[in-house]
Design a protein around this ligand. Sequence first.
Ligand SMILES: Cc1cc2nc3c(=O)[nH]c(=O)nc-3n(C[C@H](O)[C@H](O)[C@H](O)COP(=O)(O)OP(=O)(O)OC[C@H]3O[C@@H](n4cnc5c(N)ncnc54)[C@H](O)[C@@H]3O)c2cc1C
Length: 429
Amino acid sequence: MISTPEHDFDAIVIGGGPAGCAAATVLAKKGRRVAILEKQPRRRYSVGESLIPFCYDALERMGLSGALEKQRFSFPKHSVQFASQEGKVSRSFYFFQHTDHPRAKTWQVVRSEFDKLLRDNAEECGVQFFEQTRARELIFGERCEVQGVRANDPAGYELTFKAPVTIDATGRDTFSQSRLGWRVPDKKLRKMAIWTYFEGATRDEGYDEGTTTIAYLPNKGWFWNIPLPDDRVSVGLVADKDYLFGETKDLETIFNREVEKQDWLRGRLEDARRTDDFRVTSDFSYRSKHCASDGLVLIGDAFSFLDPVFSSGVYFALTSGVLAADAVDEALTAGDTSAARFAEYGEAFKKQMEPMRKLVYAFYDDHFSFGKFLKEHPDLRPQVTDVLIGDLEKDYDDFFKVMGEFADLPEPLPHGEPIGADTTHSEHA
Ligand SMILES: Cc1cc2nc3c(=O)[nH]c(=O)nc-3n(C[C@H](O)[C@H](O)[C@H](O)COP(=O)(O)OP(=O)(O)OC[C@H]3O[C@@H](n4cnc5c(N)ncnc54)[C@H](O)[C@@H]3O)c2cc1C
């Protein structure tokens, strides 16, 4: 292996998805010298096409709040709706009925293009983007503090990146969590997803054309229906592994079997043509035992992944990237990038995840239905919408007290604090 000279930065970001781009861009805008290491080419496929309104705020920090207007890869999304197995469609949750802020209009995006926009923008803001550069290992100092990353470029050269802080934004690859033994699964949320793309499916008109529909299946399985530009639609199926794969492993057979059970979706796809292969992934939710250690911060899916039923992943990725960047900038100014500096960041991110996690648990509760809940408590509809749009800094204690009478809701996860030199190092071994 040939080595090249060291590269020195203020911060190294591993992973150029939404989380990594958000963190790197905000830091670069503050004048910091930042590198992103991304193992894939600049334009790469990713699932996760439906944004929620509060993505707006992080995009604004990145200088991109108006950037999704008139892009070929984005389609306006004004609402979310639910379809029963028998084909009955709920009243839409329209975002503009809720707020007259520009964020009321959000987007369905082709992720390869959306992520490329974020990467190009990061570069324009001064970030050095190393594509097809795979991080291999963290570099530890004598006190177990992270001092940087060793990586490989596409030609096989070993590159050494040094910085007072490394930001892990490697998504569900969970680079640091896996190496440090920090991964803690959310045992109740163990799902699988199978998805593909169609052209020529029936679409609604006007404001409803870009609506995300969550279409129910038996045993709390569900389909997503996400309209994309160019008459394409992303259709995915999420359910328990045993339920999906009990009879056969063939993805097409399973997908078509479930479409047959979903009256609304079956009607939509009647004249549609499939344009892509079937894709499959496990959708298991998890959260890292720690959000940071000395010289290391975890963001986006590299810290925590929540079941995608309410399309919250990109929101959490962008928002955690911005929150972490602010904490890193302050730490760099103070000349102290020890773990304790990232406690507030971890607290803020965890606090935002809990209301969404509770709503996800309610969704999967066998005895709970949003329809019945809102029939008894129509006054609480605005709070449901607040959580769905990502307005997650609010206090939802009273709301979830009421919902807790209808569904089995989880306690907040106890883990996710930073771990530093003043606590045990045994986990770094
Ligand atoms: C089935 C499914 C459906 C989903 N639907 C939605 C949805 O509709 N809406 C939504 O908001 N979210 C959705 N999500 C979640 C969403 O995809 C993620 O939450 C979001 O992409 C997380 O962004 P990120 O930047 O943290 O990670 P990613 O987008 O995964 O980016 C991580 C990047 O790190 C790079 N990387 C990994 N390891 C290394 C390494 N060693 N060296 C260098 N680079 C590395 C990867 O190549 C990748 O580009 C869905 C997820 C799943 C599984």
